[in-house]
Design a protein around this ligand. Structure first.
Ligand SMILES: Cc1ncc(C[n+]2csc(CCOP(=O)(O)OP(=O)(O)O)c2C)c(N)n1
Length: 291
């Protein structure tokens, strides 16, 4: 009989239990995202000796520390830059980056842009909790209009960053957004992202009850989870209503955050192109030709 995989077995296999308890607050979504990543890794039978977890600074960036595998906890906003270096030095490694919305779209925004544009072969798992959780709730670039932060006590007047639209426009090979409240699609999506050559990114909408939920009066964690259900919609459903729905139906969904796979293409990744270039130059050199 095949071995039954339970959440408990996965925890024992992939977590560094000596690091417990975690720094995460009750109701934090970071653990849920990690759990989805473990299920994906398990189903892919990914070789953990050939996988490196990289992160920057923030609560979400603490995740690699709890994983029983090699990890690099780097500086704020620089996880993608370090990850690019690791991949360049050892292209056989799988690189999975855990980053927050502040880490990835704020201070690390430019690294993100250029890694996506160059189609660097890494997987970014971006945990978007709409806030700078670790430092107590400053305004993040992804925070919804009108939301409250320590640095926006009268409500956010800045338009939020749609990081999936940006990654898509930059030509990243795989771009998806889920919320932690969806149980199955995210696991499938993480599997697809890890398997994809080139740049892959999954944005997870994830609750931060302490720094965001409390300040924005989202209520207890049950109500906070309901916020995601009420304010998100699957891409397919959104498109269907926008094409065939009544004006009233369109009005109802027009500001909802879309979830699903935004892009899934096969553009050659940076390192694939680089290997080809080296091969081409080597062949010319062997034949004694000039560049
Ligand atoms: C160069 C630098 N600037 C600022 C900080 C302070 N800092 C630490 S974590 C953080 C915000 C992290 O927010 P996010 O990436 O969204 O992660 P979260 O804690 O919400 O998971 C900031 C501003 C720092 N450590 N280094």
């Amino acid at each position: 009989m095949p071995e039954v995989r339970t959440a408990d077995k996965l925890k024992k296999k992939y977590l560094r239990e000596e690091m417990w308890p975690t720094i995460f607050c009750n109701g934090c979504g970071n653990g849920v995202v990690l759990d989805y990543a473990f299920w994906a890794i398990e189903e892919l039978d990914l070789d953990m000796d050939k996988t490196v977890f990289v992160s920057g600074i923030g609560c979400s960036s603490r995740l690699p520390g709890y994983i029983n595998a090699d990890g690099l906890h780097t500086t704020h906003g620089r996880s993608i830059a370090f990850a690019t270096g690791i991949k360049a030095a050892n292209p056989d490694l799988n690189i999975i980056i855990f980053t927050g919305d502040g880490d990835c779209t704020g201070i690390g925004g430019n690294h993100f842009i250029h890694a996506a544009r160059r189609n660097i072969d890494v997987t970014v798992i971006l945990i978007n909790n709409f806030t700078y959780g670790m430092t107590g709730g400053q305004l993040a670039p992804t925070a919804p209009l009108g939301s409250i932060a320590t640095t926006a006590p009268y409500g956010n007047i800045e338009h939020p960053f749609d990081i999936c639209e940006l990654a898509k426009a930059l030509g990243a090979n795989y771009v998806a957004r889920w919320s932690v409240t969806y149980p199955y699609q995210p696991i499938k999506s993480v599997k697809e992202a890890i398997q994809k050559k080139g740049f892959s990114m999954i944005e997870f909408l994830s609750p931060c009850p302490t720094a965001y939920g409390r300040r924005n009066k989202l209520g207890d964690i049950k109500k906070h989870w309901k916020w995601y259900d009420d304010n998100t919609i699957l891409i397919e459903e959104y498109n269907k209503i926008m094409e065939y729905g009544t004006d009233e139906e369109k009005e109802k969904i027009k500001n909802k955050i879309q979830l699903g796979v935004f892009q899934d293409i096969e553009k050659p990744g940076f390192f694939e192109q680089y290997e080809k270039l080296v091969e081409r130059l080597q062949t010319k050199k062997d034949k004694g030709m000039k560049k």
